[in-house]
Design a protein around this ligand. Sequence first.
Ligand code: FAD
Length: 417
Amino acid sequence: MRYSGLRILAEGVTGNRGWRPVWRDPEPKPAYDIVIIGGGGHGLATAFYLAREHGLTNVAVLEKGYLGGGNVGRNTTIVRANYFLPGNSEFYSHSLKLWEGLEAELNYNVMHSQRGLINLFHSDGQRDAFVRRGNAMAIQGDDAILLDRDGVRRHLPYLDFDNPRFPVHGGLLHPRGGTARHDAVAWGYARGADARGVDLIQNCEVTGIDIENGRVTGVRTTRGAIMAKKVGIVVAGRSGQVAAMAGMRLPIESHILQAFVTEGLKPMIDHVVSFGMGHFYISQSDKGGLVFGGDLDFYASYAARGNLPMKEHVMEAAMTLMPAIGKAKVLRSWGGIMDMTPDGSPIIDRSPVEGLYLNCGWCYGGFKAVPGSGYAFAHLLALDRPHETAARFRLDRFRTGRGLMDEEGTGSQHNLH
Ligand SMILES: Cc1cc2nc3c(=O)[nH]c(=O)nc-3n(C[C@H](O)[C@H](O)[C@H](O)COP(=O)(O)OP(=O)(O)OC[C@H]3O[C@@H](n4cnc5c(N)ncnc54)[C@H](O)[C@@H]3O)c2cc1C
C-alpha cells in the first residue's frame, strides 16, 4: 500500500476502512539464506538494503521482543554528520545523505527535520578543537559554520551566556544536523523490508548459534531451530551475550544511557543544542516536549533504566545552560543499553566463525548511523567484502592496536566518552 496525501483524503471520506497492517506476522520458515538477529534500527535497515540493493529476500529478522522496542525507540533522535576522524567521517557523511532521501525511498514519514545542530564551546582551547572539526567536516563535503558569541545568541537567546564556570564563547553550527522520529525509522524500514519479502519475526529470541566445522549453520530460538547460510548479529547492548553463544568474547561493554522528556511546551528550542562540557544535549519534539540527555551511568549494566545520580547530573547541566528549563515538568525518563567499544567507534565485520557477521559497538551514537550501517552491513553480508564507507570498522583493531579510531579522544574509559 502506497501512502500519499490523496490516500489519506480517500480514506478520510470512506471511514478509514482501507488501511492494512504495515507488515505481515509470518511463522518462521525452517531455513533462510540470511538470518539477522535483532529487530532494531540496524537489523531492519540491513534487511531492507539486502532486499533493495542486492535482491536478497530469503531473509528473516528475528526479534526477541517487538520491532523497535530497543534503543532505536529509546534515543534522543539526534542525526548528524560531524565526526572528525577518517573512517567515521565518511561513514556518517554517507549515512546523512541516505537520511536525506529516506522518506521518499521508504514512502514513510520518519519526520526527519534538519533543524541544525549547535555544539557550544566555552574556552579558546575548545573553540580551536571545534574549528578543526568544522574544517574536517567541510573537507568531507559536509556543512559547518563557526558562530561567535553573538552568532549563538541570535539562534539561542535563552541560554545563560555568562555562567561563571561555562560562559558561552561560541558554537559550531551544523545546519544539516537535526532529528527524526525514532520509532518511525524502525517502522519505515520494517515496512520496506516486509514489502520486499523479508520475514520479520517478533517474540523470537535467539538462544543459541549452531556451528559445524567452524561454519555457522543456523540458530536456535524460542520458536524452534532455524537453519541459515549466513547469520548477522545486530543486537546493540546485547552483543556480548549473543556473541558468547558462538564462543566469542567481544571488545564491548554494555552501559546504560538515560533520556528525559518534559511536558509539552510551546515552541522554544528550534535547534539541537549540545553542551559537551556539561554532558547535556536537548531538542524539542514536534509534540512540544523538551527531549534531553546526558552521560552514561557510571558502571556497566543490562538494566534498561537509569539511576538517580545521573538524573541529578543531567538536571544540573540543564539548569546551568538554560535556567528557564527549571519551570518545565519532567514527564518521563528511561534508559537504553549501549554497546560501548574501547575506541568509541563501531564494528561492521566478519567474525572468526565462517558465515557469522557482526554489526555492533554503536556506543551512544548509533541512531544517526542506522541508514549507513544497514547499507554497509547488507553489502558485507551479500558480497562478503566491506563497503568502502565502513572499511575501517574492523574487529581485529582491538587486538592489533592498528586502526583504532578514538573519536572522543578519551581512551577506553567509557564513562569519560
Ligand atoms: C537514551 C539514549 C539516547 C540516545 N541518543 C542518540 C542520539 O541522539 N543519536 C544517535 O545517533 N544515537 C543515539 N543513541 C544510540 C542509538 O539509539 C543506538 O546506538 C542504536 O539504536 C543501536 O542500534 P539498534 O537500533 O539496532 O539497537 P536496538 O534497537 O537496541 O536493537 C537491537 C535489538 O536486538 C534485540 N535482541 C537482543 N538480543 C536478542 C536475541 N537474543 N534474540 C533476538 N533479538 C535480540 C533487542 O530486543 C533489540 O530490539 C541513544 C541511545 C539511548 C539509549
